[in-house]
Design a protein around this ligand. Structure first.
Ligand SMILES: [Ca+2]
Length: 187
């Protein structure tokens, strides 16, 4: 917590010196060289977490099955094709623009679904700049178990601070559960 605060304060200081003060969402920690990862265990999702949306997918696991952490997970299914999602413009994440985005988390799949994936969408006012999908079928070696995943998305097109980064899972209308998202960046 002490480190978090120190990094947060140094981030503020940095902005103070540059004379440019983009807003800093509560859950996004800003530093110059070593940005802290954005983590979300979904336990406070229903209360609303800045930069995150699609709370209608936040549920408890079916009777008798544990969440990966705490009580809450995000479910994709026939109704909700897309999971709980991180959305933020790059200027609010760091002053520098990343060269790669790493998305980690846990997935629980009760059925075979070759289309289940993690999506990174970078857009300029909703017009597509980069859209990439990481297939989760590789990491789901067995069904009905929590499995860790780590998706690394390289940013291979020019981006600008005002572009929006969106991260979410896509289930192609089949059921799967997600927990403990972690988003980090390479600069
Ligand atoms: Ca959880």
């Amino acid at each position: 917590m002490k480190n978090y605060l120190a990094l947060f304060l140094s981030g503020l200081l940095l902005y103070g010196c540059s004379g440019n003060s983009p807003k800093t969402p509560a859950d996004v920690t800003v530093a110059d060289d070593s940005p802290v990862a954005i983590v979300n265990d979904l336990e406070n999702a229903l209360a609303g977490v800045p930069s995150w949306s699609n709370e209608k997918t936040i549920v408890e696991m079916p009777e008798g099955i544990a969440a990966n952490s705490g009580k809450y997970v995000s479910r994709v299914d026939a109704e909700n094709q897309y999971s709980y999602a991180f959305k933020e413009i790059f200027a609010n994440i760091n002053q520098k623009l990343p060269v790669a985005v790493i998305v980690e988390g846990y997935v629980y799949s009760p059925e075979v679904n070759p289309l289940l994936g993690i999506v990174m969408d970078i857009n300029d006012n909703n017009s597509k700049v980069i859209w990439k999908s990481y297939a989760l079928s590789e990491v789901i070696s067995s069904l009905n178990e929590w499995k860790p995943f780590a998706a690394r998305f390289t940013i291979d097109a020019p981006i600008k601070p005002e572009y929006q980064l969106k991260i979410f899972a896509s289930g192609a209308k089949k059921t799967a559960y997600f927990d403990d998202f972690k988003i980090s960046f390479e600069y």
